[in-house]
Design a protein around this ligand. Structure first.
Ligand code: SF4
Length: 224
């Protein structure tokens, strides 16, 4: 729980969030939505199998990112209808957004956005960016929607609305996200291509360079 130093409105929000999270119906509802999403996902299994084969065959990271995006789309088709997420909500765009150097380079090539060298590398969400708008967010819209990072394609709240999505700096956050860990693993592995051993895989993963989107693109699309 956040300290008493929070402004009154932020404290009220944190309290409402804590109440929601402590309510057993929140978890039950989320589990039910996940169950329905899993049911829907079963129909997509053959398509997913085909996309995984394409991913495996893809020779370069930019090609693999293309197939990862297709896989994320299938995930969104299953999970989205059972989530609290809706067009016009930008709560996720005001949270840390982590991507790799290689994905940032792909986005820079596709969008023409000026790419910077991050001052801070971080594989975990950088807490400085909690409640800070993404540099690509304008009027609650993503200006690079077709090219947005993988993480933006995979985060879905399985709650009933966006109450828990609005993080308060310094306060604990609770969110019944749809589990996207398999996609995250595919994403990270895709950067390494074919590796000979588990050891080589782990060593490669350790060397991946990740940072927040605001570090790579402090000017956003650079059109301002
Ligand atoms: S890239 Fe787009 S979708 Fe992702 S956080 Fe930024 S504005 Fe939101």
């Amino acid at each position: 729980m956040a300290g008493e130093s929070l402004p009154e409105d932020a404290l009220a929000l944190v309290e409402r969030q804590a109440e929601r999270w402590a309510d057993p119906r929140t978890q039950q509802r989320a589990q039910e939505q996940v169950r329905l999403a899993a049911q829907r996902a079963r129909a997509s299994e053959p398509r997913v199998g085909g996309l995984l084969k394409q991913l495996e065959k893809a020779p370069r990271i930019q090609h693999r990112i293309f197939w990862l995006r297709q896989l994320a789309e299938v995930f969104g088709e299953s999970v989205g209808p059972h989530s609290a997420c809706s067009a016009g909500c930008d709560a996720c765009c005001r949270q840390p957004v982590v991507l790799t150097q290689q994905e940032a380079e792909v986005i820079a090539r596709e969008t023409g956005a000026p790419l910077h060298q991050p001052a801070t590398w971080s594989a975990k969400g950088d807490e400085r960016y909690v409640a800070q708008p993404c540099s690509f967010l304008e009027d609650s819209r993503c200006t690079i929607y077709e090219h947005r990072p993988m993480v933006c394609r995979l985060m879905f709240s399985m709650d009933v609305d966006d109450l828990l999505c609005h993080r308060v700096p310094g306060a604990l956050s609770h969110m019944p996200y749809a589990d996207y860990s398999q996609h995250k693993e595919l994403y990270l592995r895709a950067h390494l291509g074919k590796v000979k051993s588990e050891e080589a895989l782990q060593a490669g993963l350790q060397q991946l360079k990740l940072a927040d989107i605001r570090e790579f693109f402090p000017q956003g699309a650079g059109r301002r």
